[in-house]
Design a protein around this ligand. Structure first.
Ligand code: TRP
Ligand code: ZN
Length: 884
């Protein structure tokens, strides 16, 4: 096979494994130069395999094979063959033991997959295919085994040595200063859930008594000096455990649950059985160092990984095409948990914003793929917002269609049927169907068809007949490999508002009486008409309440309808949505005005609507902050056939100034009202007040008058909470004020020993709208605190610039593009997963004007032409150039 063009793997080629592995006995000898791994496997032919077992082909890469023994006899090298990614033993017996010894150099592993080093400690990351870099194995999730892990290392350098399950032995070796521990995991698991950690770590400990009365030890391990930042993660863990018992009846199943926080980690966190490994970003938090967003992130990710114990670990994926089986479901679960801990509408709005900002673009670009992909070149490229967030929306739609009770019955049946198994998305849907007695046949298309459906809705009121006819049409644009689509089963939640703003009781033609004021219609055809009867007056429809499906809604609302819904809709999400729709419309009109050299003017009616929100004493401040935030530049760009980067930036800035100018006194009053000097607390109300205060400060700083600058500089210097410090610093960073440089310098001097805070310092500079930002970002690559091997630093500086600064990244000169491509190529050799996340920023190049298109295409072509490209980067760059 041609090694230079990586091959795709297809779902349709799935076959059960020819062999099964029942037990794995691992012995690690951790060394500074070489780490030795001895693996003893109990293997047998799989009775359910499609064909006779034949040769045993184990996965393995980047290791030195030392020896192979079968049933106790060391094999001669002529009795097996070793390829760059495999070890093959031709014709082994039906059942046998295999002992393999390999040697690794974790200190040279910069990919952060497999066994690697972080801050002098040892750490593993095995999902998706990292275990094969530790030992030869059937490294696929449908091979589930029980693991026993022995670790030996220098007792001073590695006093703490952890693996999955329970500690069953530990001993100090005589004389040589080394010690040994053994861990045993009683639950069979796939190799991607294996974990090992060793090093100098301290822990905070707590305990949790489960509903059935078992006491579980909870430990969070961190580097010395970070113990004071673990309280929030621990509290979040205990809340998650209680929530999963209460809402899903799910209890934890081992005697100990451990979290280890490491500074070098590709993703957020990893759900290894009994031993979660976390990026420090999602563990360490105290008010002085972490923003409210960070606190909420810690809570959500701790919950997410904990929830995986059932949705992912006890019931796992048959193959990686089924990734959303665990990720979509677990994201849905963590979203529900956060909703219950804080405000449901505020959480829903944040989740939908995220979906629209990241998933909608993915779904309409060259990397568009179904929630259950059909093929991949590199599985690490499919840990996407489609698999995670759209996958969660699909689970949420099942929840909507079945109701909370039906959904719970479905979950119970899913665990009853599949505990201890590796299953498919289809198995999940079947359990839901069977438990609730509802046909989800057509609904399954959400798993197989990519693209964001469009829902066009029109309404017709007949005053004489007192009927309201709603016509619903659905369509879905083509995506790579899927030129045409079949209709989806879309749950359309809606209400009808009478002129006073009250919900009208909803009765469909043919029904004996009204059934509630908010209900869910089953949209299944390309075009459907729903007729409501007994409608006393022309209503305004409130459509897609709570964002009941991940679609683009088109409805012929007038500006007055939207203003009305903003003020009256009983569904909080739709009140927010009406304001966003109106703002989007007005801002896009202004972008057109600017392009035609017409003068810019923001509608006074819109400013009045903003003013009413600002002055409404009954509104939740967190909700008000969301409602008063204009649609992002990225979202506005998505609505244009050709993204006008400069026009959008200028118009949005203009609108912010216009609002601030007209509402200056109200904004000042809000700033003062929300900025009380109460002690820091992390509850939803306090977070909401800080959000609204900093929103007001942001608008005031759009004016940059003396009073605003004084407030902002004062907040920067005096605030105790990082949320407030960062809000002020971010605003100063966009200005040319003399206080800008001194604030940035002071911030760095104060926080240079806190890596997570230094990340914020990098990203604030990377996202500054000032024209000199690219030069400054390039210079920061050489800053002593920047480290290209550390993913968090890359995401903060390079990702902050390319992903969070549209005007500067898309500068018409093309300097931003050249910069990103250079960084992608540098990262490609060190850490393909991180490189691939960066190269994705080029994927939507066809959405820009011809000049920018050709600049971006040239950089993608330069990347693809580079020898030694990883599969990760190759797949993204080549698919970006291919599709149109
Ligand atoms: N399963 C992890 C989650 O909770 C994702 C993850 C963590 C991951 N580290 C990874 C995936 C490395 C691929 C590679 O969502
Ligand atoms: Zn996950």
């Amino acid at each position: 096979m041609d090694k230079s063009t990586p091959q795709a793997i297809h779902l349709k080629d799935y076959a059960p494994p020819p062999y099964l592995i029942d037990t794995v006995d691992l012995a690690f000898d951790l060394g500074e130069d070489v780490t030795r791994v001895r693996s003893r496997l109990a293997i047998r032919a799989n009775p359910d395999a499609a064909s006779p077992a034949g040769a045993l082909v184990l996965d393995g890469q980047d290791m030195r094979l030392v020896s192979v023994a079968l049933d106790g006899r060391t094999l001669d090298p002529s009795e097996y063959s070793v390829g760059p990614e495999s070890l093959t033993i031709p014709g082994p017996p039906e059942a046998f033991s295999l002992e393999v010894v390999t040697e690794l150099k974790p200190q040279e592993n910069t990919s952060l997959s497999g066994l690697y080093r972080t801050s002098g400690n040892f750490c593993t990351q095995c999902e998706a295919e990292g275990f094969r870099k530790i030992t030869y194995f059937l490294d696929r999730p449908d091979v589930m085994a029980r693991y026993r892990t022995t670790i030996t290392a220098d007792a001073l350098k590695y006093p703490v040595m952890l693996s999955n399950g329970n500690l069953v032995a530990s001993s100090k070796m005589e004389g040589d200063g080394r010690h040994t521990v053994t861990w045993e995991d009683p639950f069979a698991k796939p190799s991607y859930l294996f974990a090992l950690v060793a090093g100098v770590l301290v822990h905070v400990e707590d305990s949790y008594v489960t509903r059935s009365g078992r006491t579980v030890t909870l430990r969070i391990y961190v580097e010395p000096g970070n113990q004071d930042k673990c309280g929030h993660a621990m509290a979040s863990l205990k809340k998650s455990m209680a929530w999963d018992e209460e809402v899903f009846g799910l209890e934890y199943d081992l005697d100990i649950f451990m979290i280890v926080a490491v500074g070098d980690f590709n993703m957020g966190a990893m759900e290894n059985k009994g031993l979660n490994v976390f990026n420090t970003k999602y563990v360490l938090a105290k008010p002085e160092t972490a923003t409210d967003t960070d606190f909420l992130g810690v809570e959500a990710v701790v919950a997410h990984e904990y929830f995986h114990n059932w949705t992912g670990n006890r019931v796992t994926c048959r193959d990686w095409f089924q990734l959303s089986l665990k990720e979509g479901l677990t994201v849905f679960r963590d979203q529900e948990f956060s909703s219950d801990m804080h405000s449901r509408p505020v959480k829903r709005i944040a989740d939908v914003q995220r979906l629209r900002a990241a998933q909608f673009p993915e779904d309409s670009g060259p990397m568009a793929h179904p929630v259950r992909p059909d093929s991949y070149i590199e599985i690490n490229n499919f840990y996407t917002t489609t698999v995670y967030e759209k996958g969660a929306e699909v689970v949420r739609m099942i929840h909507t269609l079945l109701g909370a009770d039906g959904f719970r019955k479905g979950m119970d049946l899913y665990f009853e049927r599949h505990d201890g198994q590796a299953v498919t998305c289809d198995d999940f849907v079947a359990a839901m169907e069977d438990a609730a007695g509802k046909d989800l046949g057509q609904f399954r298309r959400w798993y197989s068809q990519a693209g964001t459906p469009e829902l066009a809705v029109t309404g017709e009121y007949d005053a004489a007949a007192r009927t309201y006819r709603l016509t619903v049409r659905q369509s879905c644009p083509p995506t790579p490999g899927q030129p045409t689509k079949l209709p989806f089963h879309i749950p359309l939640a809606l209400g009808l508002l009478d002129p006073s703003g009250a919900d009208i009781p909803l009765r469909l033609a043919g029904e004996p009486g009204p059934a509630g004021t908010s209900r869910v219609l089953d949209v299944t055809g390309p075009e459907q008409v729903f007729e409501f009867v007994d409608v006393p007056r022309q209503p305004v429809p409130s459509l897609l309440r709570g964002f009941s499906a991940p679609v683009k809604l088109r409805a012929p609302y007038t500006d007055d309808d939207l203003t009305f819904l903003m003020a009256h809709d009983g569904d909080a999400f739709n009140r927010w949505e009406a304001g966003q729709t109106l703002a989007t419309r007005l801002l896009l009109d202004l972008v057109a005005d600017r392009a035609e050299n017409r003068p810019l003017e923001l509608s006074p009616g819109f400013i009045d609507a903003f003013s009413r929100i600002l002055k409404d004493p009954d509104l939740d401040p967190a909700f008000a902050a969301q409602a008063l935030t204009l649609p992002s530049e990225g979202y506005l760009g998505q609505q244009m056939p050709v993204i006008d980067v400069d026009g959008i930036h200028e118009v949005r800035t203009f609108a912010r100034r216009a609002i601030a100018g007209r509402l200056r006194d109200d904004l000042l009053a809000t700033y003062r009202a929300m900025g009380g000097n109460e002690p820091f607390s992390i509850d939803a109300a306090a977070i909401g007040r800080r959000a609204l205060k900093n929103l007001a400060l942001g608008y005031l700083m759009a004016l940059e008058d003396a009073e605003a600058v004084e407030l902002c500089v004062g907040q920067f210097h005096n605030a105790q909470a990082m949320t407030d410090v960062i809000a002020a610093l971010g605003l100063l960073a966009d200005t040319r004020l003399p206080q800008r440089e001194s604030a940035l310098r002071r911030f760095y001097d104060l926080w240079k020993d806190e890596p997570l805070v230094v990340d914020k310092w990098f990203s604030i500079q990377a996202m500054s709208e000032r024209p000199e930002t690219l030069d400054e970002v390039a210079a920061l690559l050489a800053h002593p605190a920047f480290e290209i091997r550390n993913p968090n630093k890359v995401y903060a500086l390079i990702g902050g610039f390319a992903g969070g600064n549209p005007v500067r990244f898309h500068d018409a000169g093309g300097g931003g593009y050249r910069f990103l491509a250079d960084q992608v190529l540098a990262l490609n050799r060190l850490n393909p997963q991180v490189a691939s996340r960066m190269v994705k920023m080029f994927a939507r190049w066809r959405k820009y004007d011809p000049r920018r298109q050709s600049l971006m295409r040239a950089e993608l072509e330069r990347i693809v032409a580079t020898p030694g490209l990883s599969r990760d980067v190759f797949e993204i760059a080549s698919k970006s150039l291919e599709a149109s």
